[in-house]
Design a protein around this ligand. Structure first.
Ligand code: UD1
Ligand code: MG
Length: 453
């Protein structure tokens, strides 16, 4: 990567009224990460981690979202919304610090990719003063057209001002720009609001720079990169594009997916190679899957760690703190929360494991439940290595089951079980020989008596 210094100005002062939401537009989520944080992530990848954030409504929350990605972000309030150039100038102090490159990006374009930003910076490094990020939409209507001459960008013509010939141009303005840091402020300062909308347009930079004999160029990036989110419908479309990119990346990195279109990732999901993901799996935030693990269909995970060659599902739910060791097995209708399932341990059917540790090679029978909550506090269940817990057992925490112990099915375990012991925690079964014959005879006699009445 280049050693040139870079400031990114993220414009996020828009109100986003079309979202019809209490939440600022840029805080709506894609893959569990706010829109504006996606932008911050992409610019950070392109070396633009010095971020100047221009905000309006909901400033603190927007700042916090960016801070998770770029801890040193500076925040600049745009009190009046007078256009994109006016917004960029709200970050005057930051731009004045002096950078080689200044990127101006929109806070509502979550699909912008590091590669596109890096490409714009590369053109600055090659001597351009202004780089405009262009794209070819399927239908160019409504976008500013990029007018080029001899490899230079001479103007951005808005749709309403364009001639019939200019309207034939397919290359449009994506809105994002890269400016040579030394001249950025003087260019922005020369922009006026002398237009139909009375707004300060960032796009005017192109003509001003040309008039000053500067080198202005356009690059072409894929249309996905500049999709802006204005409505919930566009949010869903962007989510779909993000998911498709992630699925593709996963498969390229060696993850098998039988029906990739049915698997949904979080922004931070990590899956190692040779893992197999069957259809219909939802990853919430904070999940890692190690190599060779097999995830069967219909699972829901969040905050969970799945070890190498583990086998999970179908229909498993892993909640925060679930930590499945290598070769462990968590089967159908099992919920695991804040619990370690040891190496090779099995929790195969219809079980709740919460606030627990399960030792290596232990076997937890169908319907076993850790009773971790007494209505006020959570308590720990510690199950040793090689323990066998019979079906339909309640383990009332806090409780410990020692290594190699055996718990009879149907037990309610309220006291610790020593290692190697057998715990039998239920009423003993009674047998009354012949009593069933006696019972049937009595019922049959009663029935006859009733008929005779
Ligand atoms: C802009 C471009 C247009 C381009 C289009 C691509 C300008 C003048 N026009 O238009 O050529 O084709 O993007 O989508 O740049 N913002 C502020 N404060 C303001 C105004 C805007 O922070 O005063 C922020 C918005 O929150 C948003 C971004 O700037 O994130 C872009 O503003 P928007 O109003 O969407 O610009 P467009 O009209 O779409
Ligand atoms: Mg827009």
């Amino acid at each position: 990567m280049t050693s040139r210094s870079c400031l990114t100005v993220i414009l996020a002062a828009g109100e986003g009224t079309r979202m019809k939401s209490e939440l600022p537009k840029v805080l709506h989520m894609i893959a569990g990460l706010p829109i504006v944080a996606h932008v911050a992530k992409a610019v950070t990848g392109a070396g633009g981690s010095d971020i100047a954030l221009v905000v309006g409504k909901g400033a603190e929350k927007v700042e916090a979202a960016v801070r998770t990605i770029a801890p040193h972000v500076s925040v600049h309030e745009q009190t009046e919304r007078l256009g994109t150039a006016h917004a960029a100038l709200a970050a005057r102090d930051a731009i004045a610090r002096g950078y080689d490159d200044v990127l101006v990006v929109f806070g509502d374009t979550p699909l912008i990719e590091t590669a596109a930003l890096a490409q714009a910076r590369a053109r600055l490094a090659d001597g351009a003063d202004v780089v405009v990020m262009g794209f070819r939409p399927a239908v160019p209507n409504g976008y500013g057209r990029l007018i080029e001459k001899d490899g230079r960008l001479v103007a951005i013509r808005e749709e309403k001002d364009a001639s019939a010939e200019e309207k034939q141009i397919g290359l449009c303005n994506g809105g994002l720009m890269a400016l040579r840091g030394k001249s950025a402020l003087s260019l922005l300062d020369r922009i006026t609001n002398n237009n139909a909308n009375g707004e300060y347009y960032l796009t005017d930079v192109v003509e001003i720079a040309n008039a000053g004999g500067q080198n202005v160029v356009a690059i072409e990036i894929s249309p996905d990169n500049v999709i802006g989110i204005n409505t919930r419908a566009e949010l869903a479309e962007a989510e779909a594009i993000w998911q498709n990119r992630k699925r593709r990346d996963m498969m390229m990195a060696g993850v098998t997916m039988h029906a990739p279109e049915t698997v949904f990732f979080s922004h931070d999901t990590l899956v190692e190679s040779d893992a197999i993901l069957e259809p219909n799996i939802v990853f919430g935030p904070g999940v890692t899957v190690a190599r060779g693990a097999v995830i069967h269909a219909f699972c829901y995970f969040e905050g969970a760690k799945i070890g190498a060659n583990a086998n999970v599902g179908p229909f498993a739910r892993l909640r925060p703190g679930a930590d499945l060791a290598e070769k462990s097995k968590v089967g159908n209708f099992v919920e695991v929360k804040n619990a370690v399932v040891g190496i090779g341990a099995k929790v195969n059917h219809l079980t709740y494991i919460g606030d627990a540790t399960i030792g290596a090679a232990a076997n937890i029978g169908a319907g076993a439940i850790t009773c971790n909550y007494d209505g006020y506090n959570k308590h720990l269940t510690e199950i040793g290595a090689n323990v066998f817990v019979g079906s339909n057992t309640s383990l009332v925490a806090p409780v410990k089951i020692g290594d190699n112990a055996y718990v009879a099915s149907g037990s309610v375990i309220t006291a610790n079980v020593p290692a190697d012991a057998l715990a039998f925690g239920r009423a003993r079964q009674e047998i009354k020989e012949g009593r069933a014959i006696e019972l049937r005879a009595r019922y049959a006699a009663a029935k006859l008596a009733k008929k005779a009445d």
